[in-house]
Design a protein around this ligand. Structure first.
Ligand SMILES: O=C(O)CCC(=O)C(=O)O
Length: 324
């Protein structure tokens, strides 16, 4: 970052060292690169870095704060809440670079497996390379809001998908859709997180959403959607949380430059995710994760496939008792 380590957004406050259920155990301050500026209060801090070993910290930048009453109001009324300017510049740049690299990896799978002829400008399940996306996940920046959305019961990640937003490209995300097919009124089944890695403008295809439509079972017609939808505009580094029932679509990018985003979704631990991340990433990967990252990546909600996997002492169980 320019102008010193704590320039643009002053500092980050570590809201806690999190245990598997997400309760903070300590508090300290970090600079923009995750170095502790002061000892951790309540845990005898050692001035080390975040995201290392089994210790994971959550950072909350001062600007991302929204109290939970306001969050609830926005989520209930409109179906989404925007956290402006939530990420530091260096993380935005790294995430953008890594999202584009993942889209290229997934493009090759899409072509090889005859999903399409030349890639659709999106990637899927882009975790496990130990780069910025993994680091971002391990920060759990929005954990209090996600956990609150799910009534403080355990949740897991369901998808982690970069979107390239390439100029003029019209793909499945540009059709009105929502990200969960089963609709149970008033049940918080899933929540989406959209991380803007470029400014979102009218011209470059800011996501369009239909206010209040998370309470609407049927898909609106294109005309009805287009008449009443709103664009979510924001600076790169802003993060949107929205109820996955919300009807939405990507806007068409009519500019000459990409509009990159990282789109994720999280759901209750007992609802099957789109990808079995724990098996995808493997045991060895899991051993290096913090307790909360293991939870979010589904290591505590693995379904046994043999009786040997089923009959385990409590400490080694694949599917923990609190997940169902
Ligand atoms: O990139 C966009 O604007 C749309 C993203 C989207 O459709 C999604 O997150 O489900």
């Amino acid at each position: 970052m320019m102008g010193g380590e704590c320039s643009r957004v002053t500092c980050y406050r570590i809201k806690g060292l999190w245990n598997a259920t997400g309760n903070p155990r300590a508090v300290a301050w970090l600079n923009s690169r995750g170095r502790r500026l002061a000892p951790i209060e309540g845990e005898g801090g050692d001035g080390g870095t975040t995201n290392s070993g089994s210790v994971s910290v959550m950072l909350t930048m001062m600007r991302t704060k929204m109290d939970q009453i306001e969050f609830d109001e926005r989520m209930q009324l409109n179906g989404w809440a925007v956290f402006e300017d939530a990420l530091p510049d260096h993380l935005i740049q790294e995430l953008k670079r890594d999202c584009l690299a993942w889209i290229e990896v997934c493009r090759e799978y899409q072509i090889a497996n005859r999903i399409n002829e030349s890639g659709d400008g999106t990637g899927h399940h882009s975790v496990g390379q130990g780069k910025s996306i993994d680091a971002f996940l391990d920060m759990h920046l929005f954990h209090p809001y996600l956990s609150h959305f799910f009534n403080d019961v355990p949740y897991i990640m369901h998808a982690c998908n970069p979107v390239g937003g390439f100029p003029k490209l019209d793909t499945y995300i540009h059709k009105v859709h929502r990200d969960v097919a089963t609709y149970i009124p008033d049940f918080n089944m899933r929540i989406n997180m959209l991380v803007m890695l470029d400014d979102f403008t009218l011209e470059n295809g800011a996501t369009r959403v239909l206010p209040g439509s998370h309470r609407q079972k049927e898909k609106p017609s294109d005309d009805a959607f287009n008449t009443d939808c709103e664009p979510i505009l924001g600076k790169a580094g802003s993060v949107v949380l929205f109820n996955s029932y919300l009807w939405h679509k990507g806007g068409l990018n009519t500019t000459a430059r990409n509009r990159v985003a990282l789109t994720l979704s999280f759901g209750l631990a007992f609802v099957k995710p789109q990808m079995d991340y724990a098996r995808y990433l493997g045991e060895e990967h899991g051993r290096r994760l913090s307790d909360l990252s293991r939870q979010v990546l589904g290591y505590n909600a693995r379904v046994p496939t043999t009786l040997d996997e089923w009959y385990k002492p409590k400490s080694e169980r694949l599917y923990w008792a609190n997940q169902g």
